[in-house]
Design a protein around this ligand. Sequence first.
Ligand SMILES: *Cc1c(COP(=O)(O)O)cnc(C)c1O
Length: 390
Amino acid sequence: MVNPGQPLDKVLADELAQLREAGLYRSRVALDTNQGARVSIAGRAYLSFASNDYLGLAADPRLVEAARAAALHYGVGAGASHLLHGHSAAHDALEQVLAEFVGCPRALVFSTGYMANLGVVTALCGRDDEIFADKLNHASLNDAMVLSRARFRRYPHLDLDALDRALERSTARRKLVATDAVFSMDGDIAPLPDILRLCEKHDAYLLIDDAHGFGVLGVHGAGALSHFGLRSERVLYMGTLGKAAGVYGAFVAGDEVLIDYLVNRARTYIYTTATPPLLAAALLESLSIIRSEGWRRERLRELARTLMAGLGSKSFMMLPSQTAIQPFILGTTARAVNVSARLAEAGILVPAVRPPTVPRGSARLRISLSAAHEPADVQRLAQALCDIEP
Ligand SMILES: *Cc1c(COP(=O)(O)O)cnc(C)c1O
């Protein structure tokens, strides 16, 4: 494989060919429409279970109107980084509402969840520190650990005994436990109160990535902290705004000093252009809808029950999940890719997720439910799955 005499494009093309052979080659399709339960690709209509738009807000006319009005006022681009006069009153208002919503003294808005994770972890941890991370954490947390230069240890998924022992052994200056609150490919929820107890026992801090819980879990959709009634100065909370909130961006919430420190030290906050203020305005509208329209979360729970009932004897292939992420396990990559392709032929979009995104042997369909779906949509999916995998 490694052959220094060959031109780069030949080497890369060979590698891509190997990916194709292994069924791991990735490519994109372009939507002709907005995100929603029904989308169109190259003029063909599909019922979609592929987005993270769990509450069906990505194309909500009220968000569109808020963005339009803000564009007329602020223009389109923020024009500069937050620290060099790109920070607007809309960003400020959004941070205040977010902090109050999740129950923390302050919040800081980042461009994306990926950047928020990189920013927080690299600001707080360096060579003398140690990070403890669940094996199934999101890639952005893994990348953040590498970039921080801290020592890190990945413990087996939800194995709190292993975490306890690893924390016990550590002699690091600062210890940070990082975990997804809702695991993005399994839909299961981390036992955050138990993890926080371990952090207290070993004087560690806890970074919670709530990309899939914010808007979905907790009172009025306030997320994982609310779901568990957690409140602690040891907790750094990261929520994303491009999934259930339907827009774009992310935020970190925590105490006053933490946020002040991040403003001064988080490189992915400092060295990048502020997000367009119109997005902050759309998000303020989104947060108001998230809080007031509880039927959207109730609909998600109803759809999950409908899916299980519709699958009947096939329901054992589902991983248990209280969230919008409903994995249907197929095992091999070939089988997952094949079932996904046959669903697409039937006009239903459900992505196949395969290694290395999920462990070998657990390739699956990642069914994403959305408040935009009707129960009949989910019944159609269940029927199609039963027809393909009898
Ligand atoms: C999507 C996701 C992110 C990244 O968020 P973006 O805003 O899309 O960059 C981080 N963590 C988890 C668990 C995610 O699912």
